[in-house]
Ligand binder design. Structure first.
Ligand code: ADP
Ligand code: MG
Length: 735
């Protein structure tokens, strides 16, 4: 690989910029090679003459602002020795906050250079001092030179780089410009194939670098960004297309539909008809299972859309064809529920070889960490002897002890809880690569599916089975409606009196310990730690004492209980022996109690959008109308209440997922799901750049179809290698 690495890009900056600039860039920005500095793009651009809006300046952050000097006064300091220069600058707006005071201690040039009327760019941290916005000893550069006026220069937008207190935007700009003058662009590999560049009239690599750093005008900036965005998308999509092609080229055992098998008998026994989506996805899956290449499919659908049923039908087809199927769930509770519901759905078909069972039936076994001793040995034996057609479990399935007779299909529930490694580990337990179906109820916008799960084909179940009651969601603000604190529990009582069940969800387990990290989304804002949050333990005690709930049977569920306790509580709630369940988010995924009609989420602002949507999917599972109360103690207008309003406003999971993404940082989406670890997307935005991603995806598919090894595209292959192994690249450069 080494000889393919673009020599020019690897060069240390020292050799191009000299020791001083190079070490400043390395020290403050971590940039040490030509390539890294070239790829350090401006964050935005200022039009010449455009002043920074002072009213919008953030406090206590390093900012770069362009402003005009209004006055400049210098005086001796009384208390200390030395002189103080006070410069007032303005953004020329007539109203509102339009001035910043610059204070220079012993400035030796400021009093001579920053004369009234001068336009300059300043960098520093804005603070308030005596009710005025203040910059102390800011770094600055003059923008208008009285002598000589360059008409071309005057039109050029000014790039603003992400800067630090020690290294201002224009120092970075100067270093980049010095570099642009000496780089031999012909030696930098261009990952974009020439025919595509010509077809789409893309900037050459050199033009793109020149224009993104030293633009002619804003249109050139846009063109440069367009080329880099496309380039990123193409690299990513080609990597994914290659992975798909490699997976598809693998040989799997075909598991074609067999007539008069378990699947047909199961279908005949179903008390309802499949939804259109279930039929369509089912047909796709059936066809893919019949191929002798592995299926790799992601099935998305709202909670309750009938994914498990689709998966079960796929499993039966595989069993009919002689194979076994495994279903992996993220928690014991969920695995247990799948086990129960699948056995219930299969009825006698799940009792193969058992007294009273179907003689041609199969057997369903459950393997979790709490299945031990002789029960465990018996399960392992059934798996090994092919007695068990369907194996359901948790991470315990990854144990080396588990030896399948012939594993044909892996179903992974709630894929986002599992890493690719775990998927691969399961695959390794099969003789030939098995077929794979991953399911998620967390709606994933199309483009994210194309990027993060780009190695999987995706199917979506959009409609819910008929007769499903909708869910009503209400935001309950305790600040503006203090009376509601009591009203909530009276409502819960009504529900229980009507024979229904209620969930109460809290963000943490107890008061004494730290917060339960599992229940927090990265979006939950810090800084409100002082406010005591509802805890399961305290709430359970409180509710048990509450007169309005007297006689109500209350259970408690959270992650710190051992699994026997958890299972017992969940079973009691499922069977109606408990009326009200106080819990953390352990009930988040897949739990199915159709009689539960109300959910109260306390301190709902501590949860993310998707999490809230998932949680409320627990109620309204049957034909009964569900109610979800999002309770918050935040003031109306608090930014975190936006999430709650979004969840209140719609039950469309895809729209909420989109909203969620907008409120999150892009890195959080791609972050850990990427094989390379750190996300290297620079300009590409997964949501905003949908069109670019789609375009690149088509090109990538065409490239891989005609040249799967990328033999004709060495530059693109190198770029993919660098994308997938950023650490390796860094190592080579430093070594
Ligand atoms: P998911 O796994 O997507 O959350 P499930 O497969 O668990 O959804 O289905 C939820 C409930 O709906 C189950 O009780 C299931 O039996 C039922 N169900 C599934 N498909 C249909 C259908 N086509 N018509 C009616 N009920 C259905
Ligand atoms: Mg499910």
């Amino acid at each position: 690989m080494t000889e393919h690495l673009p020599a020019e890009v690897e060069l240390e900056l020292k050799r191009r910029l000299g020791q001083r600039s190079a070490s400043a860039l390395e020290k403050h920005l971590g940039l040490s090679t030509v390539g890294e500095l070239l790829n350090y793009f401006p964050r935005r651009y200022l039009k010449r003459g455009e002043l920074t809006s002072i009213a919008e300046l953030p406090l206590d952050e390093n900012v770069t602002l362009v402003a005009r000097v209004v006055s400049c006064t210098t005086r001796r300091m009384r208390a200390r020795k030395g002189i103080l220069t006070d410069v007032v600058v303005s953004d020329d707006s007539v109203r509102g906050l339009n001035q910043v005071h610059l204070t220079f201690f012993n400035a030796y040039r400021a009093d001579k250079e920053l004369l009234p009327g001068t336009l300059a760019m300043f960098a520093g941290k804005v603070t308030t001092y005596q009710r005025q916005l203040t910059l102390t000893n800011p770094d600055y550069v003059l923008l208008e030179d009285e002598t000589g006026f360059d008409a071309v220069e005057a039109r050029r937008p000014v790039p603003l780089y992400p800067a630090t207190a020690k290294l201002s935007s224009w120092r970075i700009k100067a270093a980049v410009e010095a570099l642009l003058d000496v780089v031999d662009f012909s030696r930098i590999e261009d990952p974009v194939p020439a025919d595509i560049a010509i077809r789409d009239r893309l900037y050459s690599l050199e033009d793109a670098y020149q224009q993104i750093h030293r633009p002619q005008d804003l249109e050139s900036v846009a063109k440069a960004q367009e080329r880099f965005r496309y380039q990123e998308a193409l690299i990513l999509q080609t990597a994914l297309a290659r992975r798909r092609a490699q997976a598809a080229a693998e040989e799997a055992t075909a598991r074609p539909h067999r007539r008069a098998g378990l699947l047909e008998r199961f279908d005949a026994s179903l008390p309802f008809t499949l939804t259109g989506g279930q039929q369509e996805v089912g047909a796709t899956i059936a066809a893919e299972l019949a191929e002798n290449h592995p299926m790799n499919r992601l099935l998305q659908g709202e909670v309750g859309s009938g994914k498990t049923l689709v998966a079960l039908r796929a499993m039966l087809q595989v069993i009919d064809a002689g194979g076994q199927a495994v279903l992996m769930a993220p928690t014991e509770v969920l695995a247990g529920q799948h086990y129960e519901s699948i056995r219930r759905m299969l009825g006698p078909l799940a009792e193969g070889g058992m007294l009273g069972g179907d003689e041609n039936g199969t057997r369903v076994v459950l393997l979790t960490g709490s299945v031990v001793g002789s029960a465990r040995r018996s399960v392992l034996r059934d798996i090994n002897s092919n007695e068990a057609g369907i194996v359901i479990g948790t991470h315990a399935l990854l144990s080396k002890e588990v030896e399948y007779y012939d594993l044909g299909l892996i179903v992974v529930d709630e894929q986002h809880r599992f890493g690719v490694e775990q998927r691969d580990q399961l695959r390794a337990q099969a003789i030939k690569p098995p077929h794979l179906l991953v399911m998620t109820a967390t709606p994933i916008p199309r483009t994210v599916a194309m990027t993060v799960f780009g190695d999987l084909e995706t199917s979506v179940l959009r409609e819910l089975p008929a007769g499903r009651a909708p869910i009503r969601t209400h935001l309950v603000g305790l600040v503006e409606n203090p009376g509601w604190a009591d009203r909530i529990w009276a409502r819960a009582r009504e529900e229980v009196d009507a024979g229904r069940q209620v969930y109460v969800v809290c963000p943490k387990i107890g008061d004494d310990e730290g917060e339960d990290p599992a229940s927090f989304e990265p979006t939950a804002d810090a800084g409100e730690e002082s406010r005591p949050l509802a805890s399961v333990q305290r709430m359970a005690e409180f509710l048990a004492e509450l007169p309005v709930l007297s006689g109500v049977r209350i259970g408690v569920l959270h992650g710190r209980l051992d699994s026997a306790e958890k299972n017992a509580t969940m079973a009691a709630f499922t069977e109606g022996r408990l009326d009200l369940l106080v819990s953390t988010t352990v009930i988040e995924v897949g739990v199915d109690v159709p009689n539960a009609t109300m959910m109260v989420i306390l301190d709902a602002d501590r949860f993310g959008i998707s999490q809230l949507h998932q949680l409320r999917g627990r109620v309204g599972r049957g034909s009964l109308l569900g109610t979800c109360l999002l309770v918050t103690s935040l003031e109306p207008g608090h930014p975190s209440r936006e999430r709650l309003q979004a969840v209140e406003a719609t039950t469309d999971g895809f729209r909420l997922a989109q909203d969620d993404l907008k409120l999150r940082r892009e890195g959080d989406i791609l972050g850990s799901s990427q094989s390379g670890g750190k996300s290297t997307l620079k300009l590409l935005r997964v949501i905003k750049d949908e069109a670019v991603i789609e375009h690149a995806r088509k090109d990538a598919a065409a490239i891989i179809e005609h040249d799967a090894q990328l033999g004709d595209y060495p530059e693109l292959a190198d770029a993919i290698e660098q994308y997938l192994n950023p650490e390796k690249e860094a190592f080579l450069e430093r070594g």
